[in-house]
Design a protein around this ligand. Structure first.
Ligand code: SPV
Ligand code: MG
Length: 670
């Protein structure tokens, strides 16, 4: 158990009129606090319940004042009736019975220290005394002589190997017993007019009191009105400092609360809440949306303000808010957040701000909750509607093809950090070309739906991102309705069907192979039937227009777009196999002139020079990278196979291969 011992017997005559009606510790040091109320609040906040207070001068005023504060503390008052004839060594001796068998937090009653100094003392692993390695040695006040990392002497007379020191100590039970016994010897010998530290100096070699360096932080005694003025100003400065932290989490756990509490001790805390968009591209789609996360943070006690942080980079908010201090866990010193941290340091350096990092504790329960969140995100009902949400949130959504569990994991987890932003794919494209290719079959609707659904299931099992399913022609309208129901039930977000009939061949063949475009009427009927069949609002049917592929012209494409939207299509995909994006741009412009809201989808396999930003500017909403994993994986595999054949062993192929350890790590175990 730890008890606080506060020494308040003294006269404090150097304070003049300020102490004419009450003891020094009741001097006001801010609009709301006295020296004593501040000390007691800090003790109560730290959960220290037992306080022993020595009194003397104005002892009744002092006791009544303590009661009026109504703090959750049990205070034992011990009066030193000889307060005007003895030093505090005797006050401590008077209180000895209350101070047996416990750790002691000893402080003089005229000491003002900032929260963080107090916290460091309380949290110190063993005995400690507050010292400052940066303050000049005071002429008349306490100095501590250090040796081998321990405090060896404390007094006003030591100048060699000494640092400025303040009478704020934490003492372990054993060290305190040694000191208290020595105090007893001094008092028994009538040696009551000296500092208690004189007794300490005789036994300090047997103690392990470490110096706790508060450097330039506030930890100061108030002896006279000049001290009071200085402390008053410093305290105001400390308490008005602005502190900034950012959270992306939608699960607040005790670790977060602990770091928020620590940040609050540093000043007025503003919390940045990472936007949904930034959170989604940083780790996963937030289960709790931004507004709710903002309200959650604002409702925490002691949070001054909550603002949105739109990017993983702190830069914009730091430049706008200019906080004195940024607080973060020390986990970002390594890993992909390292450059974000460096940018924070660079921005802070431009105006003299400071970064404070607290040890990050990985919470096993959080990892468990995170797993649960991911599991939830993977569930059909939560996954299905997420494409619509992402479209609303981001305006432009990107998807990459996946045709197996492992390519699904690549689509799910690949992250790139660039200019303070993280980039991930938003969704997955279940390409008919790649699904067929993976099975060694041509892309002619030969791989049947049962097999295609099996691929969807494999991907769904290991990922959380929304799925866009390539439905080819959708088959007969009578069959398509069943496909819609199945996909919807599985949690797929969107099916894209193309307006072709007969033996469908891949669009990238263009007019090199015979392909027939469906009639507008027929295709509209198929779309309508599909829309009627679906059960939720979440599911989307996208109509894919093949007019440009089949060289039927822009007008035909636009006419079809109008008709398909009228028939109920939730999105339009326009396809082209030209490297020059002109016809895609022309369609986008004309389509947006006639329809501002229906999402527009493109598959830039041929016109691959166009950036996502440019597509967005031109009114495109979904960019699908339809086959790049298959096309990059295949030659790599072929090369490794050739190497083994040529060398009649696998050694040379090893350089082309991922280490076994990495491939094992790639797959998360349940
Ligand atoms: C696919 O990926 O299967 C597609 C797009 O349908 S394309 O190959 O460009 O036709
Ligand atoms: Mg296809």
């Amino acid at each position: 158990m730890m008890k606080a011992l506060i020494l308040n017997s003294g006269l404090g005559h150097r304070m003049g009129v300020l102490t004419s009606e009450h003891p020094k510790c009741m001097t006001e040091i801010s609009a709301t606090e006295t020296i004593l109320s501040r000390q007691l609040h800090l003790l109560a906040d730290a959960g220290i319940e037992e306080v022993v207070m020595t009194t003397g001068y104005f002892h009744e005023v002092l006791e009544r004042y303590c009661e009026s504060l109504a703090l959750p503390l049990h205070i034992t008052f011990v009066e030193n009736t000889l307060y005007d004839k003895t030093n505090y060594i005797y006050s401590i001796w008077c209180a000895r019975k209350e101070l047996q068998d416990c750790d002691v937090l000893l402080m003089h009653g005229d000491l003002v220290f900032q929260n963080t100094v107090f916290d460091a003392v309380v949290e110190a692993p063993g005995s400690c005394m507050t010292v400052s390695s940066t303050l000049p040695l005071p002429e008349k006040d306490f100095k501590a002589v250090l040796d081998g990392g321990f405090v060896r002497k404390v007094g006003i007379e030591f100048f060699d190997n000494a640092v400025a020191a303040q009478p704020l100590y934490k003492l372990t039970k054993d060290d305190w017993k040694l000191w208290l016994d020595k105090i007893g010897e001094f008092c028994a010998a009538g040696n009551t007019g000296v500092y208690a530290e004189n007794a300490l100096n005789q036994i300090s070699a047997a103690c392990s009191i470490r110096p706790l360096d508060f450097k330039d932080d506030l930890c100061s005694e108030i002896d006279n009105p000049q001290d009071l003025e200085v402390v008053y100003k410093r305290l105001q400065e400390v308490e008005n400092r602005s502190v900034y932290m950012c959270f992306s989490t939608d699960i607040i756990h005790s670790g977060h609360v602990a770091i928020i509490r620590k940040a609050q001790r540093l000043g007025r805390l503003t919390i940045g809440v990472l936007s949904d968009e930034a959170t989604a591209s940083y780790k996963r789609f937030p289960i709790i949306p931004f507004q709710e996360r903002k309200t959650l943070m604002a409702s925490l006690g002691g949070v001054y303000k909550v603002v949105e942080q739109k990017t993983l980079s702190y830069k914009d908010n730091l430049l706008a808010l200019k906080p004195d201090i940024v607080v973060h866990g020390d986990d970002w010193r390594e890993g992909f957040q390292k450059p974000i941290r460096q940018e924070v340091l660079d921005v802070l350096a431009t105006y003299g701000g400071k970064l404070v990092e607290f040890p990050y504790s990985r919470d096993a329960r959080l990892a468990e909750l995170e797993k649960l969140s991911r599991a939830q995100l993977a569930m059909p009902d939560l996954r299905r509607g997420r494409l619509r949400k992402l479209l609303e949130m981001k305006g432009l959504v990107t998807a990459i093809e996946a045709h197996s569990g492992i390519t699904g994991l690549i689509a799910e987890n690949t992250t790139v950090l660039q200019d303070g932003k993280t980039y991930q794919f938003d969704a997955m494209w279940l390409s008919s070309l790649c699904d067929s290719t993976a099975k060694g079959k041509p892309d002619i609707e030969l791989v049947d739906m049962t097999s295609r659904f099996r691929t969807v299931d494999d991907i769904m099992e290991v990922t959380t991102k929304p799925i866009i399913f390539d439905g080819d022609t959708g088959g007969l309208a009578e069959h398509f309705v069943y496909t819609v129901r199945s996909l919807e039930r599985m949690g797929v977000s969107m099916v894209i069907i193309e307006d072709k009939v007969g033996l469908k061949k891949n669009s990238l063949f263009g007019t090199d192979v015979p392909q027939t475009q469906d009639s507008i009427e027929n295709f509209c009927a198929k779309i309508s039937a599909g829309k009627k069949a679906q059960k939720t609002h979440d599911f989307m049917i996208c109509a894919r227009i093949e007019s440009l592929i089949l060289e039927r012209g822009l007008d035909d494409a636009l006419q079809r777009a109008r008709a398909y939207v009228a028939a109920g299509a939730d999105a339009i995909m326009i396809h082209s196999r030209k490297a020059d994006p002109a016809e895609i741009f022309a369609f986008a412009e004309a389509f947006r002139a006639q329809d501002q809201t229906t999402p527009l989808v493109v598959v830039p396999t041929a016109f691959n020079s166009v950036t996502e930003d440019e597509f967005k500017r031109r009114g495109v909403n979904v960019v699908i990278y339809a086959n790049q994993l298959t096309r990059s994986g295949f030659p790599a595999m072929q090369k490794a196979a050739e190497s083994i054949l040529a060398n009649h062993r696998a050694k040379e192929a090893d350089a082309l291969c991922m280490p076994i350890k990495d491939i094992i790590n790639l797959i998360p175990e349940e």
